[in-house]
Design a protein around this ligand. Structure first.
Ligand SMILES: Cc1ncc(COP(=O)(O)O)c(C=O)c1O
Length: 436
């Protein structure tokens, strides 16, 4: 009897698709199919597949040396740091710490919030407030602060419960209110949590400026981040923006929080930083956070593979392409087309909402769009639609946290009109089939 379930992610299973190559916006399978990568893998293949520059840069770096401990300088590290500072990072984020992906970088950010307060003598501050409908990584600490109920099941009983604020999920407001008359009460809930828990126990708060796949591209209501910034200022709470998905142009600006007109204390990003060509992520912090640590001789602890030279070389090559080819402008133009084309889905009897920004979109599918009643066993329709799309040569990312049905589009920034048309048309058919 063949096993039809992927018991482990990397164990080959009969239903697995074998990808042997890729080009532009397409994955190529061993049987010669070209699959449109409308999910951008996991919403990260920003510059598209098959560019030779990152690979060439990695080969050069690896030929020069296998490895050097992170505190040593290498040409690739120096170049990437220089490029990040010059072209990408908001000016207040002067400190850079590199990791091998999002979870590692978020984990370092959580520790950094704690280290900041300990350095200031506030040793009781350890809690990092998270939000519902969020995902910050797969390690124990990052699952702890995340709101991904399905993925948190694995750590039930072994993790500390940390406070969770309601997401700005206006379609299904967790507070039962309606925007804009609610006056964004969900952000005020954060201050209520701070007061309830005691500000002297709170180290930080983490939030995605545009929520990724867990919430299905939830865009913050206007003024949300300004008020969040004020709350953090009032209580000396470290404001961490998780831009693992939303960073490096995915939602329009370089980083999604920049559209909110505020400065944050710590930002984490990964995915688009290397466009998928190498595993790398980063934590970027303001002087205000780094200085108290420096005074007591503390700093983030590096991982063995932090700032690996080949990964730095790949990220540097990808970010150079992003600048040289004005990929942010391309993403904005393609994003506008995608948004326009997706409007048609709003008429679908089973679509509750189409939401997102730039090149990050979520489609929430429901049994009844009037009452917003979800399908029984949420996730089933998502998986059926994903499978239909894949069978029809389009990769759509399955979103959600196990309580709603969500399909995500996060295509490469180089997506053209034909690709946008194809991904939207197949997605529409996939939803039709899945709900039938
Ligand atoms: C918002 C967000 N934060 C953190 C992570 C974790 O990143 P990684 O899977 O690279 O460890 C993810 C992954 O999808 C994410 O979407």
């Amino acid at each position: 009897m063949p096993d039809t379930k992927p018991a482990w992610p990397f164990t080959p299973w009969p239903m697995a698709v074998e990808i042997v190559g890729a080009e532009g916006c397409h994955l190529i399978t061993s049987d010669g199919r070209r699959i449109l990568d409308a999910g951008g893998g996991a919403m990260l293949v920003n510059i598209g597949h098959g560019r030779p520059e990152p690979g060439a840069a990695m080969a050069k770096a690896s030929s020069a040396l296998a490895y050097a401990i992170p505190p040593f300088v290498t040409p690739e590290r120096a170049k990437l740091v220089e490029r990040l500072k010059r072209d990408w990072l908001p000016k207040n984020l002067t400190r850079i710490f590199l990791a091998s992906g999002g979870s590692e970088a978020v984990e370092a950010a959580v520790k950094l919030a704690r280290q900041y307060h300990v350095a200031k003598g506030n040793t009781a501050r350890w809690k990092v407030i998270g939000r519902s409908f969020s995902y910050h990584g797969a390690t124990i600490a990052t699952l702890e602060i995340g709101g991904h109920t399905a993925r948190r099941a694995a750590i039930k009983g072994m993790a500390r419960e940390t406070p969770k604020a309601p997401a700005h999920y206006c379609l299904r407001c967790p507070l039962g209110k309606t925007y804009p008359t609610c006056d964004i009460a969900c952000v005020d809930e954060i201050e209520a949590i701070v007061q309830r828990e005691g500000a002297d126990t709170i180290a930080g708060i983490i939030a995605e400026p545009v929520v990724g796949s867990s919430g299905g591209a939830l865009v913050p209501p206007q003024g949300y981040w300004k008020r969040l910034r004020e709350i953090c200022n009032r209580h000396d709470i470290v404001l961490i923006a998780d831009e693992v998905i939303s960073g490096f142009g995915r939602t329009g600006p370089r980083f999604a929080h920049e559209a909110e007109g505020i400065e944050i204390d710590v930002m984490v990003s990964a995915k688009g930083m290397s466009g998928g060509y190498a595993p790398i992520g980063g934590l970027f912090a303001a002087d205000r956070i780094a200085e108290p640590l420096a005074r007591i001789g503390d700093a983030p602890m590096f991982y063995t593979y932090s700032a690996h030279p080949a990964a730095c070389a790949a990220a540097d090559a990808v970010l150079k392409i992003m600048s040289d080819e004005d990929m942010l402008a391309k993403a904005r133009a393609a994003g506008e087309k995608l948004e326009r084309r997706l409007q048609r889905l709003k008429q679908h009897p089973n679509v509750a909402e189409v939401r997102g920004r730039g090149m990050l979109w979520g489609v929430e599918v429901v049994k009844d769009r009037e009452t917003l009643e979800p399908f029984a066993a949420p996730g089933t329709v998502t998986n059926k639609a994903m499978k239909y799309a894949l069978d029809n040569n389009v990769w759509v990312y399955p979103g959600g946290i196990g309580v709603t049905d969500l399909l995500m589009l996060g295509p490469p920034f180089i997506s053209g009109d034909d690709e946008i048309e194809t991904m939207c048309a197949v997605l529409e058919r996939a939803i039709d089939q899945a709900v039938a």
